[in-house]
Ligand binder design. Structure first.
Ligand code: TMP
Length: 253
């Protein structure tokens, strides 16, 4: 990758560059995969291309049902133009079925339906390993106020209903997912938008019939080839580049 713009921020899976106009950024999807707060790392050929396409697909769908988000347009195989936002330092997690940390914490079998969707928050801080935090902390430390949190829960549940339906239509069960939320100001008026990405990196996706995992747990738990799993998700949703050779980085950069 030859950066031709000013780098604003580099995360584990994406890099942000200055955008062409004020208030915009270019979001570049890398092939890097990390798990367990980057204790496990790999470069997974083609992942960035798939996540760029998949995040475009979900964000565009959200726009079409009126859920505000940062996506403006896809620029190329690995980059999209987004609105610059001030990220709320929370990972907003929505769970429909027990899996991962909630299963462990509460001793639930993975796949157990939850009595209702559960929304929870982690404080975005890699040094601390993104600890789970209650609303009380969020408000006390000023990361968001009560009104913001009400809006964030409403956004998260709309995203949940949308994604649940989209995945169900292609035989995939949405177990849980994570979103990030950003602030934009329009004059004095502040609005919250869905930001970051929506992709199999940040969801748990199980095949409805077989229970096969089609998300980053394939990497976290060494269950097989991650690109194959993400390609299957993209194929079912009809967002896959028709020729899989196109996802080879040599053809993209
Ligand atoms: P968890 O069960 O490990 O708490 O994860 C819940 C959901 O949030 C799961 O879909 C994976 C996603 N997630 C992220 O996207 N980033 C993270 O750093 C973590 C811990 C989870």
């Amino acid at each position: 990758m030859a950066p031709r713009r000013k780098k604003i921020y580099e995360g584990k899976a994406k890099t942000l560059y200055e955008g062409p106009e004020p208030g915009t950024l270019v979001q570049y999807f890398k092939d890097d995969a990390t798990a367990f707060n980057a204790q496990k790392k790999a470069v997974i050929e083609g992942k960035g291309v798939l996540n760029n396409r998949l995040s475009e697909y979900f964000m565009t769908g959200l726009t079409n049902i009126g859920v505000p988000n940062h996506f403006i347009k896809r620029l190329n195989m690995r980059e999209q133009l987004i609105r610059q936002v001030e990220i709320v330092p929370l990972e907003v997690i929505v769970r429909n079925f027990a899996a991962g940390s909630i299963a462990k914490r509460l001793g639930l079998e993975e796949g157990t339906p939850l009595p209702r969707p559960i929304v929870e928050y982690s404080y975005k801080n890699d040094d601390l390993g993104d600890p789970l935090v209650p609303e009380e902390y969020i408000i006390a430390f000023g990361w968001a106020n009560q009104q913001d949190l009400d809006d964030i829960v409403a956004l998260a549940l709309r995203v949940n209903d949308f994604l649940t339906g989209v995945f169900y239509a292609v035989g995939i069960k949405l177990i849980d997912f994570k979103i990030e939320v950003g602030r934009v100001w329009e004059g004095d008026f502040m609005r919250l938008l869905v930001a970051d990405e929506i992709s199999p990196d940040s969801c748990r996706l199980w095949d409805i019939k077989t229970g096969e995992k089609l998300d980053k747990d394939v990497f976290r738990r060494d269950l097989g080839n991650l690109t194959d799993a993400y390609t299957e998700v993209a194929r079912r949703l009809g967002v896959m580049p028709t020729n899989t050779a196109q996802i080879k980085p040599t053809l993209i950069n």
